[in-house]
Ligand binder design. Structure first.
Ligand code: GDP
Length: 608
């Protein structure tokens, strides 16, 4: 008999001193998953003192045979303490590691937890009943593990005692399942014949299977490799919130979020995406004690920056010196659908990715995993409840994310419909932008007064001047003055000050507002008006969208912001007052040939 790692952990070793390893256990109901977990806990001496005896006594008092599953239920009940938990967690220790087993009741909960990041397993134990063989759910579990990219999988062929440890039966199951898993790209690390009930090949070796010389379950989990490289990956922090210091004259802000991957230090140049706002980390804040000189994956962090930037919650904070994430409005993704109403085209959903919430539509279903055959089929128009599908989503604005093969944590998303978490998934690829729906002319239809006729009457054509600043307030101040000067010069002008677009939490509202403004811009400019609009806190994607919506009429963007790419036409130097900024804007617009020079407040005829 080989030595096993069954010595229990010395009492003075805290689990926190040990290496941590997260494992997920999956299996068809009644195939023995709870028994495997109970055994692992009991046979490694990881149970709370007296627990085993207590449950045995309870079984005896109720004249029921002892079951390891009861033990697990008892532990879970204590753990849950009245709150509903999707995944129960069990722990066992070896002298080397602290193991956390995530035990999801079914594949729906399991997938949800895995994709939303509630559970992060690095390896999986897949339990199959030797008597029943590979079932549909075993296949589904295999597929799901493959979709999640969990590479380390050990298949436990349980209840071998019922087959008198028949080597041929074990070989047959191994062959069948190996074949299926290979088709979905999964190559198990091992197949282990076990009897969980008898504790055979869990920690101690099975006396009934001298023909088996592979690892026991414990040997196998000890051999799983930890994937710790989250720390060594590019820095990604979804921006959850921005806190202001409360002191009156303190305008510093703390940018908070949970770091998904990588590390960040004071002095690192960072970028918020998709807005492209840049700065440098000044400090990493601490609740108490000295400020740390590094924050890293897994930590909730609060950072202050060297410059004043108005980044919005929802953006992805990355380091300027590292690989950029993808930024796209269209993505190819794997999705697991959970809602009773199917995922269909033409309906608005909200994609929650990192801290971002973005309205999306289903553009196409590439393939759906067939429920019976568990093979991909194409041609489906929608995704039904509990189906796994490869789809294309189109968002109303760009999202920053990673593809799952590059950086899994920032590839995960949840699809919300109304108030429900309707589905979840992982991003596979960014796709090129589709043309956005402009063409308002076609949608609205026009009368028979021509653009030339209007131009002849007003002395100028229609165009939109959009003033952009960090805040809507600031932009409004300048834009209103510009409009007054234009109006007094005889220009057929109109001012519209839209509110700040900053609040990403109301994504649908923000999107609708932008669309409305785009249509107003089209109608006004089509009417021959010089529209002067003020916007706060928009990014280059918003402005591109406005341009598309107003097309074929021109949108000229005047910005007072510095340090980021907005695709603006005129950038103003910092001015001392709104009036000075307005004069500077008029001068710059004249220099750019957009407006004539307004001398003495009089507009030369037909000059614009
Ligand atoms: P789960 O639903 O997958 O968690 O399954 P349980 O662990 O609750 O086990 C289901 C049933 O199978 C229970 O009655 C167990 O006693 C029984 N069982 C589990 N492992 C074995 C085993 O190795 N041999 C036999 N004969 N029965 C087992």
């Amino acid at each position: 008999m080989r030595p096993s790692a069954a010595e229990s952990v010395p009492a003075d070793v805290s689990p926190y001193d040990l290496e941590r390893m997260d494992i997920v256990a999956v299996g068809h109901v009644d195939h023995g998953k709870s028994t495997v977990i109970g055994r692992l806990m009991a046979d490694t001496g990881s149970l709370p003192d007296g627990k085993l005896d207590q449950v045995r006594a309870m079984c005896k008092a109720n004249a029921r045979p002892f079951e390891y599953a009861f033990l697990l239920d008892a532990l879970k009940n204590e753990q849950a303490q009245g709150i509903t938990i999707d995944t129960a967690r069990c722990f066992f220790n070896t002298p080397r590691r602290h193991y956390i087993i995530h035990d999801a009741p079914g594949h729906v909960e399991f997938l949800k937890n895995m994709i939303t990041g509630a559970s992060r397993a690095q390896a999986a134990l897949l339990v199959i009943d030797a008597n029943e063989g590979v079932r549909e759910n075993s296949k589904r579990h295999g597929y799901i593990l493959s979709m999640l990219g969990i590479g380390q999988i050990s298949v436990l062929v349980n209840k071998m005692d019922l087959l008198a440890w028949d080597q041929a039966a074990f070989a047959a199951i191994t062959a069948e399942y190996t074949d299926f898993l290979a088709r979905v790209g999964v190559h198990p690390t091992s197949f282990i014949p076990i009897s969980a009930r008898d504790g055979a090949n869990i920690v101690a070796r099975a006396a009934g299977a001298p023909w088996y010389d592979g690892p026991t379950v414990l040997d196998q989990v000890e051999a799983f490799e930890r994937r710790d490289d989250d720390l060594e990956r590019p820095f990604r922090m979804p921006l959850q919130d921005v806190y202001k210091f409360t002191e009156a004259d303190d305008d510093r802000r703390i940018f908070v979020g949970t770091i998904e991957t990588g590390r960040v230090h004071p002095g690192d140049d960072i970028v918020f995406l998709p807005s492209g706002k840049r700065s440098t980390v000044r400090t990493i804040e601490a609740l108490s004690g000295p400020r740390p000189d590094e924050a890293f994956a897994g930590q909730a962090a609060g950072l202050t920056l060297e410059t004043q930037v108005y980044a919005n919650p929802g953006e992805l904070m990355v380091r300027a010196d590292q690989a950029e994430p993808l930024i796209a409005t269209r993505m190819r993704a794997n999705v697991f659908w959970m809602n009773t109403a199917p995922l269909v085209r033409g309906r608005r959903y909200v994609l929650r990715m990192g801290a971002a919430r973005v309205p999306v539509e289903l553009e196409a279903v590439i393939s759906v995993l067939d429920d019976q055959e568990l093979e991909s089929v194409t041609g489906a128009g929608q995704v039904e409840r509990h189906e796994v599908a490869e789809v294309v989503f189109r968002a109303v604005r760009p999202v920053a994310f990673d593809s799952t093969d590059v950086l899994a944590p920032t590839s995960r998303f949840v699809v919300v419909h109304g108030y429900d978490t309707a589905g979840c998934g992982i991003a596979l690829e960014a796709l090129p932008d589709a043309a956005q729906n402009g063409d308002s002319a076609r949608r609205f239809g026009r009368g028979d007064v021509s653009e030339e006729e209007r131009r002849a009457r007003y002395g100028h054509g229609g165009k939109a001047l959009v003033f952009v600043a960090e805040s809507g307030e600031e932009a409004r101040g300048v834009a209103a003055l510009v409009e007054r000067r234009l109006f007094e010069s005889g220009v057929h002008s109109y001012f519209i000050g839209a509110a700040d677009f900053g609040d990403d939490k109301d994504v649908l509202g923000r999107d609708a507002q932008l669309a409305r403004l785009g249509e107003i811009a089209w109608a006004m400019t089509d009417a021959g008006v010089v529209l002067v609009a003020a916007l706060g806190d928009v990014d280059r994607f918003d402005l591109e969208r406005l341009r598309t919506l107003a097309a074929p009429h021109e949108v000229i963007v005047v910005s007072t912001e510095s340090g980021r790419e907005l695709g603006d036409n005129v950038r103003l130097a910092p001015a001392t007052s709104a009036a000075a900024a307005a004069e500077e804007a008029l001068r710059a617009l004249a220099a750019a040939g957009v407006l004539p020079a307004l001398t003495a407040g009089v507009l030369p005829a037909a000059a614009v």
